[in-house]
Design a binder for this molecule. Structure first.
Ligand code: BGC
Length: 887
């Protein structure tokens, strides 16, 4: 009877949903890091998936992948015994262009459970250059120039039969905005984005099956000048990539009966001038909405390289938040200003009705001055203006081929109804991955500012700033911020795309230009920029691929960049004399503290670190990362050679920049931070160096004095060497210079370019270089996630959070910190609170990963899990949810 009852219970369990819950399941399949991508452009796409299970300590034991094209199997991996669940390359029949494939994944775990099969799909783009039948076309209109009206290219075509699918493959030398039968194609903006157009150009794929109808159809494409030919960088540097914009468009129609037809760009298209009178990246856009194109002329076929074309690999730019007007302000001089409450990048969507011919002007600024008037000076020559001439009807208006960095908008030409205006945030549509919240509201605002700074400046290219006549892919800024960026959003594809341009624009001698895409060649700093490399800037070519590999465990980025990384290291070796990098131009610790800046706010002396001392440290850093990279990729000859090189670099550093007692020639925070971070100081002298660093910080009354290159390592070094107390004091400092000063004193909503972009007396820094949206100093975010939150990945076999460390460090009077990160394996979270002397840490670790939880600074042998004492306050755990306490 008892046995029967037991059997019934077992049966009931298997029939109930509980049984399903106890299973391992495949949660999401990523193909080339995207979910169900519509335009895979590689012949061997890689498959990744996440797993979930209610059980603890679950790992994958085996997997099987099955790929079909319709009913036909094109690849079966078979059951493979492996715990690899990321980046498994397709190894079946050769993929065809413009085809749909279905993917099925099943896994088996280490606890004898089998998942259900999860299905996904992907479509290929045009995989080979020969698949392109389309011709490059330009408007052929004489007045079509960088300053002229925006042309529109159009094609009417007849679809003979019922349409089953219609996919548009399209790109431009310039920016395009396409519509089919009057409806905008896709939800991406500023496409095809910004690359080194003549060497690397991405095309996009859109499914317009629902819009293309049997019968007559109309394809219209507005052709903006964008980054391709409007003024970029300085010195009126126009037409950088060419004088004529051009379109490449190929529509592939599949009819219901299976037959196909292509509609391509060629000389049968027509051109006219549109209602967009001018459109410029820095200056903005002017539209006369009364204009309808009337006269049409034939386009011209042009030539441009087809070999540079690649299907887009990064997320397109899409609209994000829509912000309402927080306040309407009237200034003393009578201006009407909209305050959106947040410094944002994108544009304003306005819904208006006025008289035909009435002009409405919007001027975008980041700040108001002391007297409440809009502050234009820091835009330098950028007009940052949207102007619309109304047509008399109710209209919804926004620009097409420009963007602005702003919080305030001055409106002219119409009476303002706040509800008619919305600020639209625009950025690369990266998936948010990290969350960070603590008991300190100022710290939470800092995190918000870092995130907004990243959003606004990750607009296809990682830019320095979004508002003034610059907005360039400054390598140094991206380098210092890249680790933080990878916590807030998934930036794997974003950087993989940009790194292609790093390699494409690299000089033959291996030097990496200061900005990528490189547009400084024709400016006066062109020579230094193209033939040299600056420490901390050009080093992005090594540091970013390594950071991306570590975060996502994606070796391909290292494989793809290896030649570029190695060429750059060789460039630095050539620039160095006897392994000492002491030649050439250096930005060094850019924008570090200077007494003159805010008139001796904290007294003391300026914190200027010797240029070549900084360069030598980055030479060591680059070499360290190359040693690791060579090890990961199994390049053992390189590995051995660079190990020896690193020893020599350190010896030279000590000879040139350090006394026998460990004093450095520059007595600055940055000098000691970098020396400690990169192990440049012999172990026996580290303690003393740390003492000097802390004494320096104390002498500035716990204010930082670091610039772009010292700042990212300041708190990590203090934590590593046991001075978390000082790190927290710096983090929570709220007078100038500090991270919280702009928030506490001036209500900042993004990270500023300088510690005192607005000074304590509410005047501005030098308008020649004062941005209020510059993410570099936001590099503290990395330490906040890793140390306050306590989430970090191991390197090598542990990369991509396969093996991680959960090690929150308390301090700063915080009573809780809640941090989570969507890793490639799934969500990890570290949530701690301190309540009446009891510290509780709740940790969640995804399936197929493991973590070392460490609380060793919280007093010996005090840590318990489920009432069990954990010796040494350190434990290795597998997947699952755990609660630890320390009394
Ligand atoms: C940019 C920076 C950049 C720097 C280097 C500035 O104009 O805005 O952030 O890294 O130049 O000189």
């Amino acid at each position: 009877m008892k046995i029967l009852l037991q059997k019934c219970l077992v049966l009931a369990f298997f029939l109930s949903p509980l049984w399903l819950l106890a299973q391992i399941s495949v949660q999401s399949i990523q193909i080339e890091n995207q979910q169900a991508p519509q335009g895979v452009g590689v012949l061997q796409p890689r498959f990744s998936w996440q797993l979930s299970s209610p059980n603890r300590n679950v790992t994958q034991k085996s997997y099987s992948i099955h790929v079909l094209a319709g009913k036909k199997t094109v690849w079966k991996s078979g059951k493979v015994d492996s715990d690899q669940s990321l980046f498994i390359p397709y190894a079946g029949d050769e993929l065809k262009s413009n085809q749909a494939y279905q993917v099925a994944v099943q896994v088996w775990d280490n606890q004898g459970k089998t998942s259900k099969v999860l299905w996904s799909e992907f479509k290929t783009s045009l995989l080979r250059t020969a698949d392109w039948k389309a011709k490059w076309i330009s408007s052929g209109i004489a007045s079509d120039s960088v300053d002229g009206r925006v042309p529109i290219l159009a094609k009417s075509f007849f679809a003979k039969k019922e349409v089953k699918s219609a996919r548009l493959f399209i790109t431009a030398r310039g920016l395009y905005d396409a519509s089919i039968n009057g409806k905008r194609v896709g939800d991406a903006y500023l496409s095809p984005g910004w690359t080194s157009y003549n060497k690397h150009l991405q095309f996009q794929v859109y499914d317009i099956s629902a819009e293309v109808k049997k019968g007559l159809n109309q394809l219209d494409v507005l052709m903006g000048s964008g980054w391709f030919r409007t003024r970029i960088a300085w010195e009126n540097n126009k037409n950088f990539y060419g004088t004529q914009t051009a379109l490449l468009s190929q529509l592939e129609i599949t009819y219901a009966d299976g037959s196909t037809e292509s509609v391509i760009s060629d000389n049968s298209w027509k051109a006219s001038l549109s209602h967009i009178l001018t459109s410029e990246i820095y200056d903005g856009e002017k539209q006369d909405t009364r204009i309808r194109p009337t006269t049409w002329s034939a386009v011209v076929e042009t030539t441009a390289s087809m070999d540079v074309l690649h299907a887009q690999i990064n997320e397109p730019m899409r609209k994000q938040e829509q912000l309402k007007v927080a306040k309407v302000l009237r200034t003393k001089s009578g201006k009407t200003i909209l305050d959106f409450g947040q410094n944002v990048v994108g544009w304003v969507k306005v819904s208006v009705k006025g008289n035909a011919g009435q002009a409405v002007k919007l001027y975008h600024v980041e700040m108001l001055d002391k007297t409440g008037e809009p502050y234009f000076a820091n835009l330098r020559s950028a007009k940052a203006q949207a102007e619309y001439i109304l047509n008399g009807e109710q209209q919804v208006l926004e620009p097409h081929f420009t963007f602005f960095g702003f919080r305030y908008v001055q409106v002219e030409g119409i009476d303002v109804q706040a509800s008619d205006y919305q600020a639209i945030a625009l950025n690369s549509d990266m998936k948010p991955t990290g969350t960070f919240e603590t008991s300190n509201p100022l710290l939470n605002q800092l995190q918000s500012n870092i995130r907004w700074g990243q959003k606004g400046n990750f607009l296809d290219v990682p830019t320095d700033c979004p508002q003034r006549d610059e907005r360039l892919g400054w390598t140094g800024d991206a380098e210092v911020f890249s680790r933080t960026a990878a916590f807030n959003f998934n930036v794997n594809q974003f950087f993989a795309k940009w790194l292609k341009d790093v390699a494409a624009d690299q000089a033959p001698n291996g030097a990496v230009p200061f900005v990528i895409p490189d547009v400084l060649t024709r400016t006066t700093i062109g020579k230094e920029n193209n033939q040299a490399g600056a420490a901390g800037w050009s080093d992005a070519s090594i540091i970013i691929p390594y950071n991306i590999y570590t975060t996502y465990g994606d070796k391909q980025v290292l494989e793809n960049q290896y030649a570029s990384m190695k060429a750059y290291l060789n460039y630095v070796r050539g620039a160095a004399k006897n392994d000492l990098w002491n030649t050439g131009f250096q930005f060094a610790d850019w924008l570090s503290y200077r007494v003159d800046d805010s008139k001796g706010m904290i007294g003391q002396k300026s914190a200027v670190t010797d240029n070549y001392l900084v360069a030598q440290r980055f030479y060591a850093y680059n070499t360290q990362l190359m040693i690791k990279t060579a090890r990961i990729l199994g390049k053992m000859d390189d590995y051995k050679e660079w190990e020896r090189l690193l020893e020599r670099i350190k010896m030279q550093f000590q000879k040139e920049f350090m006394t026998a007692n460990g004093r450095l020639i520059s007595e600055t925070q940055t000098a000691y931070i970098l020396a400690l971070q990169f192990d440049m100081i012999p172990a026996s002298l580290r303690e003393a160096s740390l003492g000097r660093l802390v004494a320096n910080i104390e002498s500035y009354q716990y204010h930082l004095t670091t610039g772009f290159l010292g700042t990212p390592f300041l708190n990590p070094v203090l934590t590593r060497f046991g001075r978390n107390d000082v790190a927290y004091k710096l983090l929570l400092q709220d007078t100038y210079p500090s991270w919280l000063y702009p928030i506490k004193v001036h209500g900042a909503t993004t990270i500023w370019e300088r510690w005192d972009s607005m000074k304590p007396d509410s005047t501005f820094q030098d308008p020649g270089m004062t941005s209020f949206n510059h993410y570099a100093y936001g590099a503290i975010g990395d330490w906040m996630y890793r140390t306050v939150g306590g989430i970090d990945t191991e390197e090598f076999d542990g990369a991509g959070y396969k093996q991680m460390v959960i090690k929150p460090e308390l301090g700063g009077g915080l009573s809780f910190a809640k941090t989570s990160l969507e890793t490639p394996y799934g969500k990890v979270s570290s949530d701690w609170r301190l309540d009446s002397g009891v510290f509780t840490l709740t940790v969640e670790v995804p399936v197929n990963t493991s973590a070392t939880v460490e609380l060793h600074r919280l007093g010996a042998n005090q840590m318990t899990q489920d009432g069990e004492m954990i010796p040494g306050n350190r434990i290795r755990i597998g997947s699952g949810k755990y609660v630890f306490t320390v009394k």
